[in-house]
Write a protein that binds this ligand. Structure first.
Ligand code: ZN
Length: 232
């Protein structure tokens, strides 16, 4: 079967809606019926936003909610982890020689340990204003997905042959996504940040969103594909 994304986009455009050309394969109606079997959620919203823009336009609110449902819990989790690490560090600091007592080696070790944990948590926590920027980030990520071309090295297969182990390994060029990644400069541009701000602050959240958006969209595309082959 033809790629379901191509089918969706070729059968739902204004032309396909006005007449059903006899081009073989599933009709527009078949595709819309199959689409009803794809569960609601981010994947389906992305599938439509990317491959059926007319419907995506009408479903902007659903897409917005699905993006928030994905990103907000992760952001909150990170903030809690950071707050816990800060609390632990504060406690360790306050406990050093509490009430004028002698500082012990155990207390010094605890201070060092909690300080490292706090630095570690800071390093992996997304920027404070991630939620404020969510619309801009989501728009840029979706635009990257829409314009993405296959990775030149692995040809979209996500893996490459490694002669050394006589097997396949994850393609390093695309990080196993199968797509050519946009440069940091282009991504920075798309989110209205400068290059260094992108690589220092925004890259982790951008890449996390891109990865999860692609996973969701890909699952939805498989569901659509399965629903179509059942109907055929
Ligand atoms: Zn690749």
């Amino acid at each position: 079967m033809k790629n379901v994304r191509e089918l969706l986009s070729s059968r739902t455009g204004p032309k396909a809606m006005s007449f059903d050309g006899n081009t073989g394969g599933p009709s527009t109606e078949d595709i819309l019926t199959a689409l009803a079997f794809v569960p609601d959620g981010l994947g389906r919203e992305l599938l439509e936003a990317l491959w059926w823009p007319e419907s995506g336009q009408r479903r902007r609110e659903q897409l917005r909610q699905a993006v928030i449902a994905l990103v907000a819990p992760e952001f909150t989790r990170q903030m809690h982890t950071l707050a816990d690490a800060r609390t632990d560090y504060g406690i360790a600091k306050a406990s050093m020689g509490w009430g004028g007592a002698q500082i012990t080696d155990a207390q010094r070790r605890q201070l060092r340990r909690t300080e490292e944990a706090l630095e570690g948590a800071r390093a992996v926590t997304w920027p404070n204003n991630t939620m404020e920027q969510l619309g801009v980030l989501a728009g840029a990520v979706i635009a990257e997905m829409a314009g993405a071309s296959e990775c030149a090295r692995c040809g979209g297969r996500k893996v490459v042959l490694d002669a050394a182990i006589a097997g396949v390994v994850r393609c390093a060029d695309c990080g196993g996504s199968g797509f050519e990644p946009l440069s940091g400069r282009k991504r920075a541009n798309a989110i209205g940040a400068d290059c260094s701000a992108y690589s220092r602050f925004w890259r982790p959240v951008y890449e996390w969103m891109l990865y999860h958006f692609r996973e969701s969209e890909s699952r939805a595309a498989s569901r659509l594909s399965r629903a179509l082959s059942k109907a055929a």
